[in-house]
Structures are given as C-alpha cells and as structure tokens.
Design a protein around this ligand. Structure first.
Ligand SMILES: Nc1ncnc2c1ncn2[C@@H]1O[C@H](COP(=O)(O)OP(=O)(O)OP(=O)(O)O)[C@@H](O)[C@H]1O
Ligand SMILES: *[C@@H]1O[C@H](CO)[C@@H](O)[C@H](O)[C@H]1NC(C)=O
Length: 709
C-alpha cells in the first residue's frame, strides 16, 4: 500500500500533474487531449532469404516480398491511436510523393491518426527499410531515410505551432537531430512534456536536449552506448548508468530490458522496476515494434494522469502482447486486450500481496490507498473510434456578410462584416480581399477587429483593380505588370502583419477573349515571372494561384485547368508556390473536384480549398451551399483531402443572396464536418477494397448500408 502512495508522489515529481496533462484540457470533459508524435515513417520491404549474400554475391528471395508500414514514429502514432481512449493521435512526418507515401498515409488514416501535418515532398522518396529475414528468425536491415532525412528548416514559430495544443510530444531518433532539438525547445517553452525515445540512429545527444525532455527512454544497448560503454548487465548497473545521464541533465530515464521488463528512474531519483508480463500464448513470435508499443502505452498512461506503476504495468502488458504476434503495426494490441492483461497481472499481484499480508500485521490506517480513479481511467471505453475529429479550420466569404442587411445591426464595412462573422459557430479564420477589404485601414485596427470577433486571419486574397482589365501580371505594358507584382507583394506584407499563412491570387483579368489575340508562350512566361517575383519576396508565405477556366471578364484564362495550373507550379519552381482549388471553378472546367484534389495534393501543392456547389448551367457561377447539389462529389472531395493529408484551411466561397449569411456559413461548416466524418467511416468500412477493384456497385452498396444504419 505504501508503494502506491510513493508512486503517486513520484507521478507529481515527474512533472506536476498539470504539466503532464499538458496544454489542451483537464482530465475530465473538455476537448480531447492530443499526443503528438514527430518522427519517421518508412515502407518496410520484407524479404525472406535462406541466408544473407556475401560481398559480390546475389541470393534469391525465398518467396514474395511484403511491403508494410514501419518507422518508429509511424508505429508509435498508430499505437497511440489504438491504445488511447479519448486521446487524439497526431503524427508529423516527411513522406515522399510516391506510392509508399500514399500507403503510409492510408494506413495511418485507417487507424484514425491525424496526418494533417504530414508533408508529402514533391519529387521525394519515402523512407524505406529493407528487412532480411533468415530462417532462424535473425533479422538484418538497411534503412534509406529518404524524406525522413530531408526535413525543411524549422523556425521557432513553426515549431511552436506544431506542438501547440499537444498534451505531450513523443520523439525518436530517425529524423535529423536538429528537428528533435527545435521541437523539444518549442515544447519546453509551452511547458509540454517531451518523451524522447533513444531508439533510431546511433548518434550523440546533447546535454541541452537531455534537459529539455521530461523523460528519455533507451533500451539496454542504447543506454550502454549513451554512457560511453558503462556496464548494463545487472539492474544495479542499469540504475548507475541512468544516474550518469541524470547527472548530465536528464530528468527521468525509462529503460526497456526486453524479456526482463523495464526500469524507471524517476525525476526524484526513485527507482521503479516493472517485470515483463507473461507473453499470451507463451511464445515470443516477433519482437519488432514491442518497444514502440511499450513507449506509446507509457506516454498515454502519463497524459491520462495515471500513477507511474500503473503506467508501467499498462506498457508492459502492451509490450508482452506485441511480442506474441508477427509484425510491427499488426502486432499492436487494442486497449481492451492490454487492459485485460494488465488487470490480470494486477489481480495476481494483489493476491500475492494478500497472501503476504495474511502472514504479517495489517498496515496502519491511512496508508491504504487511493489510485482507484487512476485505474478506471485506464479501463473501458470500448473499441478505438474511427471518427477522428476534423482538424481543419474554416473561413467564409467576407463579402457574403453584406447580404440580408436587415439581419445585422452592426456596421456595413469590412470590419463590421468581420464582427458579423464572429457570430458564425465553428468559424476560426477570416480571408481578406486585397486591396478592397483593407484599403485605408491600419494593421492594428484590423487586428483589434479580429480579436474582438474571436477570429484570426487565414489568407489574403488578391483582387486586381478594374484598371488592370487588360491584364495584371500579363498586361502588355511592362509598367502595369510591375505594378501588379508590387501590389501582390504588398498583399503579402499584410498577410505577414496579420499572421495569415497564405497569399491567394485569383486574377480576373489575366487571359484573353479572341483567337489570335495573344501569344500563349509569352502570356505563360509572364505569369511564371510574376509569381516567381512574389514567391521570392515572401519565402515564408504560401503563395497560391486559384485558377478559373472562364468568366465574363476573360473568356479564356491564362491558366484554365488544374492540369495547366500544376504545370505552371512546376515551371515557377519555388517551394512556396502552390494552388488553391475552387470547387466551382473545377466544375466549370469540366473536372471532378476530388480528382483535382488528388492530383494537386499528390504533388504536395494543395495549399487551400474554396468550397461551394452549383448546377453549372451556362454563364452562371452559382456559389451555392457546399454539398447541396453534388453531395457524392463533396463526400469524395473530403475523402481525398484526408488521403492527401491536406493541411490548409477550408474557405467557403458561397453567395447566400437570399439566406441569412451567418446561418449559411455555420451550415457549411457542419455539412463539411459531417462529410469529413462520413469519409472516415467509409475508409473504416473498407471502401479502398472496392476502389482497388474499380467496383462502382460495391461502393454504392457500401454507401447504401451506411445510410441504412
Ligand atoms: N520476451 C518478452 N516477454 C515479455 N515482455 C516483453 C518481452 N520482450 C519485450 N517485452 C516487453 O516490451 C518492452 C519493450 O521491449 P524491448 O526492451 O525489446 O524494447 P526495445 O529494444 O526498445 O524495442 P525496439 O527495438 O522495438 O525499439 C519490454 O520492456 C517488455 O515490457
Ligand atoms: C535496442 O534498440 C535498437 C533499435 O533502436 C536495436 O537495434 C537493438 O537491438 C536494441 N537492443 C536491445 C538490447 O534490444
């Protein structure tokens, strides 16, 4: 009993309860907590061989090659999703734009992991592991880091945003050390605990990084290396080795010992031993991923506020089940399985304690105690949900707030419309047209108006003035072209001043009406040159083109389709150049918007989406409510936004001329979230099986079953 009390104190010593529970919410009710995993994802290519080749030799694989998801980050994120209860798993990684990247995103999404911050690097290869399995079970492997080794420079601000809202951050060592250092520094600044797995590349770790982490977790060989070769044969030697890391600044050290279990040296120096639990079925089948499972389970226990000894037992149960099955991801158990094993272990321990107590005097009153609520937090909850909450933020057309003025008592001005948008349930962002909405205003007034409405700036959207009717970036007069570029750069200054991440250019005037009117090569080059100048002036902003095929200003635009827009992005050749897809414009171009999303997202260039709906009758851009006319296309669009890991915000580009614009915007947001959740369910119900077979009726029957529910 006394042990429980000590453990509870240690839990506080590890970091105050408030710190472990982290930023987003308390332990009961409120928003879901998020466990953020930042690290590597690999496609593991598994080859069975009779033996390894010697230098210069070729040996044949015994049978087919399997490609499975791997990488410690990916394994841990999926383990968090499967083992968490009311905890969202978010994973941040660099992936390639290749089929391996698609497989990884797909698998993560199937497990309900939020991948909205994962990046698919255009032209990049996903990390790969080549795993050679010999008949005796010996495993040898080669890892090609691919995109995992190519993280972009991370500014302090970018890191602060990555970790914001997380209850804890899990790191490993399969991405560049600078990434771990920068992320840990940002998490520290926000008092979010960092758990650093030492597994991965063998490289030194700085004292500064040790100090930033609430917990570091090596296995035996990693502890041995990290301490410059200290002996780690006995428990006492392990504790002594951990002590030298603590002397360098490490706070708590959790060492996994394989079949011997684990040892935790807590922040206050107390030592907690967790024996390994009996492997279900009795046989160790495959140890791959046991460490990832163990560490994810331990981290979950911590953010759920459970006493340390229960965290350790929960983790040991997860590890024991993981080694009883083949593979890394497939061997990750469900929460119910882990709880059952942990409970059985606890019952056995209690029975042993009772037998010991029967042979000695009862403990003093008051020492008995109380981690009952902790136990209940690691129980129950049923199967992990597949309806991951929608992580995207929403903006809605500011000019729609002009309509139905009789419903709005406030000012009729851009800042008045911002205030009116403050009433829209679920809205987070405002996209401003430039220069129209910001003309004559200063930055502070706009910031105040946003703050007053409880909103932030999402994007600045360029609208060239009427005097550029004969062309903006493509005008025949070089001076007007220069003016258009300068105006676009000025819009970027506003974006930065307001904290908006994106600059969206839709040009009403860059195009032509007649055959033989323009030189297409020259028109194209002028668009390329104009965007290059803007991208280079604001390398930290996402610059995107919103293409439109035609309208009454310009019968043919210079960039009339998604395909042309992608070609343009390639020609501009700047990392911060991308595209914003307008659903109505895609329909007008005769495209299926979901296919356009797949193409642009697959190229890693989907910066924004503008959603609406319409009938597409000649000459009309309807701007109707999202999903109202083409619900199946809207559903598929949500599916593909998930598939490509879209991480921009959603803008509703609608024209509610006869509707209350506040109600209309709130409805759009709800409609989107509903379809987003439905797209998740489709995935969980196995839509990809039908897609692989091009089985249209299979999909329609699946939708029919889901609607009948
Ligand atoms: N043979 C086993 N029997 C029972 N439990 C085991 C066994 N092997 C591992 N475990 C459990 O899994 C945990 C982690 O295993 P291990 O020490 O192999 O991690 P690791 O070396 O960090 O793994 P990885 O190489 O996957 O990162 C152990 O602490 C233990 O609780
Ligand atoms: C420790 O983990 C690494 C992978 O991070 C693995 O290569 C090594 O075999 C493990 N050592 C032990 C003793 O399990």
């Amino acid at each position: 009993m006394l042990l429980f009390v000590i453990a509870a104190c240690v839990a506080r010593g590890l970091g105050s309860e408030a710190r472990w529970r982290g930023g987003s919410s308390g332990s009961d009710g409120g928003a879901a907590r998020t466990l953020l995993v930042i690290g590597a994802a690999n496609a593991d290519i598994i080859v069975d061989v009779d033996r390894l080749p010697v230098a210069g030799e070729t040996v044949c694989a015994r049978d087919g090659v399997r490609v499975v998801p791997g990488g410690k980050g990916c394994n841990q994120a999926i383990a968090v999703a499967r083992l968490g209860d009311g905890v969202a798993a978010r994973f941040v990684a660099q992936l390639g734009a290749d089929s391996h990247g698609a497989m990884l995103v797909n698998t993560l999404l199937e497990h309900g992991v939020d991948v909205s911050r994962c990046v698919r690097q255009p032209g990049g290869d996903s990390g790969q592991g080549y795993v050679f399995l010999e008949p005796g079970g010996t495993v040898s492997s080669i890892v090609a880091a691919g995109a995992n080794g190519c993280w972009p420079e991370l500014t302090a601000e970018a890191c602060a945003q990555l970790v914001a809202g997380a209850s804890a951050v899990l790191l490993q060592r399969e991405v560049p050390e600078r990434v771990n250092e920068a992320v840990a520094a940002a998490a520290c600044a926000q008092r979010i605990p960092v758990l650093q797995d030492i597994g991965g590349e063998d490289r030194p770790i700085s004292d500064a990084q040790l100090r930033r982490c609430a917990l570091i977790s090596p296995n035996l060989s990693e502890l041995h290396r990290l301490t410059g070769g200290m002996p780690v044969g006995s428990d006492a030697e392990v504790v002594a080795a951990a002590g030298t890391l603590r002397a360098r600044g490490a706070r708590s050290v959790l060492i996994t010992l394989g079949a011997r279990g684990a040892i935790l040296v807590a922040e206050d120096g107390s030592v907690h031993r967790q024996p390994a639990l009996a492997v279900p079925g009795g046989a160790v089948v495959d140890e791959t991923g046991a460490g990832d499972c163990f560490r994810s389970a331990f981290a979950l226990g911590l953010i759920e506020g459970v006493p340390l000894h229960r965290c350790l037992r929960f983790a040991a149960a997860a590890g024991a089940i993981a080694v009883s099955r083949l593979g890394a991801v497939p061997s990750i158990p469900t929460r119910a399985e882990v709880e059952a094993l942990a409970d059985a272990a606890e019952d056995a321990a209690a029975a042993a304690a009772a037998a010991a107590a029967a042979a000695s005097p009862p403990p003093a009153v008051g020492a008995a105690g109380g981690d009952g609520d902790g136990a209940s937090r690691l129980r129950g909850g049923g199967a992990p949900g597949t309806d991951a909450p929608c992580p995207l933020e929403f903006a809605s057309r500011l000019n729609s707030m002009k309509d139905r003025p009789e419903l709005w008592a406030g000012e009729q001005s851009p800042l008045g419309w911002v205030a009116r948008q403050g009433q829209v349930a679920g809205l987070g962002l405002v996209d401003f047209n430039f220069p129209q909405h910001l003309d004559g205003l200063d930055v502070q007034r706009v910031r105040d108006a946003l703050a007053g409405a409880g909103l932030r700036a999402g994007a600045i959207c360029l609208r060239y003035p009427k005097r550029m009717q004969a062309g903006a970036m493509t005008h025949p007069d070089e001076r007007v072209r220069a003016e258009a570029v300068a105006m676009t750069i000025a819009a970027g200054e506003w974006a930065k001043a307001l904290g908006a991440k994106e600059l969206v250019v839709w040009s009403a005037y860059d195009g032509y009406d007649y055959s033989l009117q323009v030189d297409y090569a020259q028109l194209w080059q002028r668009v390329v040159d104009g965007f290059r100048a803007v991208c280079d002036a604001h390398p930290e902003l996402k610059v995107s083109l919103e293409f439109k095929p035609t309208d009454e200003n310009t019968r043919f635009f210079a960039v009339p389709s998604t395909g042309a827009a992608l070609l343009l992005v390639r020609d501009i050749d700047r990392p911060n150049m991308g595209l914003t897809l307008d659903l109505g414009h895609c329909l007008a171009a005769g495209e299926n918007p979901a296919q356009s999303v797949a193409m642009v997202g697959g190229a890693g260039k989907l910066f924004g989406v503008q959603l609406n709906d319409g009938y597409q009758r000649l000459g009309a851009e309807d701007g109707l409510i999202f999903g109202s006319v083409h619900p199946s296309m809207a559903l598929e669009l949500c599916f593909w936004l998930q598939q490509v890991g879209f991480d921009g915000h959603v803008y509703f580009d609608t024209f509610p001329r006869n509707e209350d614009p506040v109600r209309e915007a709130a409805y759009n947001i709800r409609a989107f979230k509903r379809l987003w959740a439905k797209a998740h369910r489709l995935r969980a119900e196995g839509v990809s099986t039908h897609m692989r077979a091009h089985d249209a009726l299979g999909v329609l029957e699946l939708l029919e079953r889901m609607e009948g529910e």
